[in-house]
Design a protein around this ligand. Sequence first.
Ligand SMILES: NC(=O)C1=CN([C@@H]2O[C@H](COP(=O)(O)OP(=O)(O)OC[C@H]3O[C@@H](n4cnc5c(N)ncnc54)[C@H](OP(=O)(O)O)[C@@H]3O)[C@@H](O)[C@H]2O)C=CC1
Ligand SMILES: O=C(O)C1=N[C@H](C(=O)O)C[C@H](O)C1
Length: 268
Amino acid sequence: MTTVGILGAGGRMGRALVAALADEQGLTLGAATLRPGHAELDGDAGVLAGVGALDIALTDDLAAAAAAVDVLIDFTLPAAFEDNLQAAVSAGTPIVIGTTGLDAEAEAALDGAASHIPIVQAANYSSGVTLMRRLAELAAGALGDDYDVEILEAHHRLKKDAPSGTALALGEAVAAARGVNLTEQSVRSRDGITGERPVGAIGFQTLRGGDIVGEHTVMLAGQGERIELTHRASSRDTFARGALRAAGWLVHQSAGRFDMEDVLGLSA
Ligand SMILES: NC(=O)C1=CN([C@@H]2O[C@H](COP(=O)(O)OP(=O)(O)OC[C@H]3O[C@@H](n4cnc5c(N)ncnc54)[C@H](OP(=O)(O)O)[C@@H]3O)[C@@H](O)[C@H]2O)C=CC1
Ligand SMILES: O=C(O)C1=N[C@H](C(=O)O)C[C@H](O)C1
C-alpha cells in the first residue's frame, strides 16, 4: 500500500483529495498538514474532509509528514510552495504539485529539486484537459496565424490567481505549436481604444463568479468560421482522482520532472 501525504488538507482540493483517498485502491492517507496556527490542528483529517474518522491527525509538522509517507501531494498556495518543496527534498519523498500561480523563481526551484526527487506538476490533473492541450496544439499548428486564438476561463469567486494555470498551459501549447514565445504574444486585458488585434496575439479572458469549478475554452476564430475547444469540470473530484493517479505512478519513477502527459502515457 502506498502512503500519501496531503499538504493543505483543509483547502477545497485538500479535502477533495482526502475524500477521494478514502476509497482509492492501492493508496492510503499517511499524513495531512495544515498551516501553522490553523484552528483544526490535531483534529482528524477524514472528519474535516467529511468522510468520517480516518485516524490521521492534522499536523503542522511538515518535515515529519514528508518523512512518514511514500509520496506528497501539494495543492496549496504559492506562499507555501517553497517550504513544501524543501520538505519533500529533505525527506527524499516524491511530490505531486497542483498549486498554480507559481513564479519563475518557484519554477527554477522545481528544476533544481527534480535532480533529487521525482516530481509531477500539472496545472490541471483532469484527463480531459490533458487531452485538450494536445488538441489545442494540433489546431493552432494546423490553422496558423489566420485564426485568432482567445483563451477563456471561468472559476469560482474565491480563486486567487489569474489567468488560471490551465489557461496559461493552454496558451503555452498554442505558442509551442506556432513556434513563438507566449509572454511576447500574450494579451491579458483590453480596455479603451485598443487598436486592431495584433496578428498572432494569444488573448486571455478571465471570468470569476459563484461556485464555478473550472471551465476553459480555446477559441480559434478565422474568416467565416471558428473552432471552440471547451472543457468543463463539474466536480473537484476529477482533479483529485487525476492527482492520485499521478501519485501512484510517481512512486515508481526516478528523480526528474514529469507532467500529466507522462502519467497518462501520452508523451511522444
Ligand atoms: N492542478 C489542478 O488540477 C488544480 C489546481 N488547483 C490549484 O490548487 C491550489 C489550491 O486550490 P484550492 O484548494 O481551491 O484553494 P484553497 O484556498 O481552498 O486551499 C489552499 C489551502 O492551502 C492552505 N495553506 C496555505 N498555506 C499553507 C501552509 N503553509 N501549509 C499548509 N497549508 C497551507 C490554506 O490554508 P488557510 O486557508 O488556512 O490559509 C488553504 O486551506 C490553487 O493554486 C489552485 O489553483 C485547484 C484545482 C485543481
Ligand atoms: O483554483 C481552481 O479552482 C482551479 N485551478 C486550476 C487552474 O488554475 O488552472 C485548475 C482548475 O481549473 C481549478
